[in-house]
Design a protein around this ligand. Structure first.
Ligand SMILES: [Zn+2]
Length: 206
């Protein structure tokens, strides 16, 4: 029989955790579940977002859970879900650039036609090549935008100049992956301190 507490605890494991590299720069977002596995393997330490102290798995486990805080519970364990972890090893140079994927393009353009500004569901939007492929346009962050069905039909295989369309904003490669993959409501307020000024603005819009 699952209690409400058990359900809360299970949901906590799926919550987001920010991953910092050894230079304390955000490189990734993972789940609490995977973050704890990394800390357990000594691949990372938990960061206390108040004191910025770092904890091994054992230390974190021994930390008392303040009253009123929802903890991860098992018969033998009561532990706070980490909000931020710090990688302990040098890894490959972290990529701050979002990979060009359909999903990321929808997130960058916020499900909004970049010509008329209409916000649509994904089945009413398509990926438009600003400079058509037939004219040598590439499939890239800089040449692809979301377009609604009617704008896409209107533009067809022509350039925006030829059709007299204007882009809402120039298409660019997004700077940072972690927040891009999350809805604002999934981001933890404590993460803002690890973002640069540029990124902090994005956090602030949550
Ligand atoms: Zn449109």
């Amino acid at each position: 029989m699952h209690t409400l507490e058990d359900a809360k605890s299970a949901a906590l494991l799926d919550r987001a955790t920010l991953v910092l590299n050894r230079s304390w720069r955000p490189v990734h977002v993972t789940t609490v579940r995977r973050a704890l596995c990394m800390v357990f393997r000594d691949a990372a330490k938990v960061v206390c977002t108040e004191s910025l102290a770092t904890y091994t798995f054992r230390d974190w486990l021994e930390l008392p859970v303040p009253p009123g805080q929802t903890a991860i519970r098992s018969p033998s364990v009561r532990m706070l879900p980490p909000e931020v972890i710090l990688l302990t090893n040098f890894d490959r140079v972290p990529s701050h650039e979002a990979p060009f994927t359909r999903r990321n393009l929808f997130l960058r353009d916020d499900f909004t036609c970049q010509y008329c500004g209409r916000r649509c569901t994904s089945d009413h939007l398509s990926v438009d090549h600003v400079l058509p492929r037939s004219r040598g346009g590439t499939t890239s962050w800089e040449n692809c935008v979301l377009a609604c069905v009617s704008c896409n039909a209107r533009k067809a295989d022509r350039t925006i100049k030829e059709v007299g369309l204007r882009l809402l904003r120039p298409p660019v490669r997004p700077r940072w992956t972690p927040y891009l993959n999350l809805r604002p409501s999934q981001r933890m307020p404590s993460w803002a301190q690890f973002a640069s000024d540029h990124k902090r603005r994005h956090f602030g819009q949550g």
